[in-house]
Design a protein around this ligand. Structure first.
Ligand code: CA
Length: 229
């Protein structure tokens, strides 16, 4: 599944090469050469994954990783550090700063893409192509089909993404702004009320097969996908 990837790399030739390979693999790439530019992009829209060069002018990749991990909104964004350092101590420092993985330059495009896929699968299961099934409700990201007890359920694209997110993050309360970040990919330009509209549509689509009650309202907080009443 294509992901929105923020690439933070100050060397133009390397940035170009990585961006080319990611785009070829179907990903959408946003680029930044400095910590400041990277944080501005993150503020506008939350990426699915950040590729972070260790050595940058000004604030380092480690500083950016720490900042992202310290903020509630960006805490769960997967981060892969890119670095020329292969020292074990540096690797530990990188992972302790909050990176999910670490890749040492030079690396092959194939290795980078494999690492990206592994991190996305671990940190954001809704980004992978695995089908999910809960209580007879089945969603298949590859065929884009949803069914309830073998009956086809028609969903709009937003309801599909919303349900995919819920099914891969069950039993947790998600605030409207978290849902906007995770499902819409941007919390700035969409009103929180929009979430309620799509939740209503999703519930009515799930009603005929008896799955609407999986989408629960948590008063004053947000929504939860749960099999518990
Ligand atoms: Ca660099």
């Amino acid at each position: 599944m294509p992901a929105n990837i923020l690439l933070v790399e100050d060397e133009p030739a390397i940035q170009e090469l990585i961006a080319f390979n990611l785009t070829q693999a179907g990903h959408h790439v946003l680029r930044a050469s400095t910590a400041e530019a990277a944080l501005t992009l993150v503020k506008n829209a939350l990426p699915d994954l950040v590729l972070l060069d260790w050595m940058l002018p000004g604030a380092s990749g480690v500083d950016i990783a720490k900042k992202l991990r310290a903020d509630e909104r960006t805490r769960h964004v997967p981060i892969i550090m890119l670095t020329a350092r292969s020292d074990e101590q540096d690797k530990i420092a990188g992972l302790e700063s909050g990176a999910d993985d670490y890749i040492t330059k030079p690396f092959s495009p194939r290795e980078l893409l494999a690492r990206i896929k592994a991190v996305l699968r671990r940190r954001a299961p809704q980004m992978t192509d695995d089908a999910v099934e809960v209580k007879g409700l089945r969603l298949d990201p590859v065929t884009h089909r949803v069914s309830g007890h073998e009956n086809t359920i028609d969903l709009g694209p937003t309801e599909f993404r919303l349900l995919h997110f819920f099914m891969t993050h069950p039993e947790r309360v998600h605030s409207r702004s978290q849902l906007l970040d995770q499902v819409w990919g941007d919390h700035v330009f969409v009103e929180e009320r929009t979430v309620d509209v799509h939740i209503r549509r999703l519930r009515s689509a799930l009603e005929p097969t008896g799955h609407a009650s999986l989408i629960q309202t948590v008063r004053g907080t947000g929504y939860r996908f749960s099999t518990q009443a």
